[in-house]
Design a protein around this ligand. Structure first.
Ligand code: GRG
Length: 265
């Protein structure tokens, strides 16, 4: 699966074609774990749909994810100097160009969905709609805005979970939903439940792995303690696993869920 995703991304972003493609390549290669695009492929596979149909939509999700990392690293947001083992995009290119590269990836993601080979106009429209909802004000951007606003403030566990549901779990859920649209399944509710549980577990693990936690930012570790957070992630993972096992061809998705929660970085 990973190799297919890398190949498709290479094909979509050929070297030395423009300054924007060059900077997009800087952020996309070498990539991170590619969890979200793998989730799209594994979900399509869970219902017997071929990987080829899922490749362009899988890349669209990775582009949204990468744009969110580029913008999140900017001085006006998290102000992170490093990303994926090298200087953040705004450290390697002028800041304005980093903003535009994020904008480009965001826009290109929707183009990819609109043009996805082998899928019907209705499936394309459905994927576009789902991604717009999950990446927008009711999803990832909404979560990021609550996150920004709650820096330095005390929030309770319920509020933090709602924030994580939007900031992190929404895009992960969308990866499963889009896999479901490709496979034309009517099990969307089950996929949403799996996505939410996995997404929440993923964020808790991220909080646990993040050694240099910003003290003013609320996290699962601050609110539940290390052991409490670990137990909560495991509980969410088990709930997801139970639902995944109810799918027709669950193996790839099971393995991915395991990787997502029991990861070292
Ligand atoms: C700025 C529009 C905008 C949104 C920001 C996703 C996000 C919302 C910000 C990224 C920062 C962050 C820590 C988000 C939580 C989700 C998360 C842990 C992202 C990192 O995902 P990985 O570990 O990254 O899958 P790789 O590099 O492996 O792809």
């Amino acid at each position: 699966m990973l190799q297919l995703i890398e190949q498709k991304l290479e094909e979509l972003f050929p070297p030395a074609s423009s300054l924007l493609i060059e900077s997009a390549r800087y952020s996309l290669f070498p990539g991170g774990k590619r969890l979200r695009p793998q989730l799209v492929l594994a979900t399509a596979e869970a219902f017997g749909a071929p990987h080829e149909l899922a490749l362009a939509p899988a890349c669209a999700i990775e582009l949204i994810h990468t744009y969110s990392l580029i913008h999140d690293d900017l001085p006006c947001m998290d102000n992170d100097d490093m990303r994926r083992g090298k200087p953040s995009l705004h450290k390697a290119y002028p800041e304005g160009h980093a903003v535009l590269t994020g904008d480009f990836l965001l826009t290109f993601a929707f183009q990819l969905l609109a043009e996805s080979p082998g899928l019907s106009p209705l499936q394309r429209l459905d994927m576009i709609h789902k991604l717009a909802l999950r990446a927008g004000a009711q999803g990832m951007i909404g979560g990021q805005s609550v996150d920004l606003a709650s820096t330095g403030k005390k929030i309770d566990w319920q509020t933090l979970q709602q924030l994580h549901r939007n900031k992190t779990a929404a895009l992960i859920t969308c990866a499963l939903e889009i896999g479901g649209v490709i496979a034309k399944t009517n099990e969307l509710q089950r996929l949403q439940d799996i996505g939410e549980n996995l997404g929440l577990a993923f964020q808790i693990i991220d909080d646990l792995l993040d050694a240099a936690q910003e003290i003013e930012k609320p996290t699962a570790v601050h609110l539940l303690g290390k052991d409490g957070a670990t137990a909560m992630a495991e509980k969410l993972f088990q709930s997801a696993l139970e639902q995944i096992r109810a799918l027709p061809h669950s193996k790839a998705l099971e393995e991915l869920a395991h990787l997502l929660v029991h990861r070292a970085s």
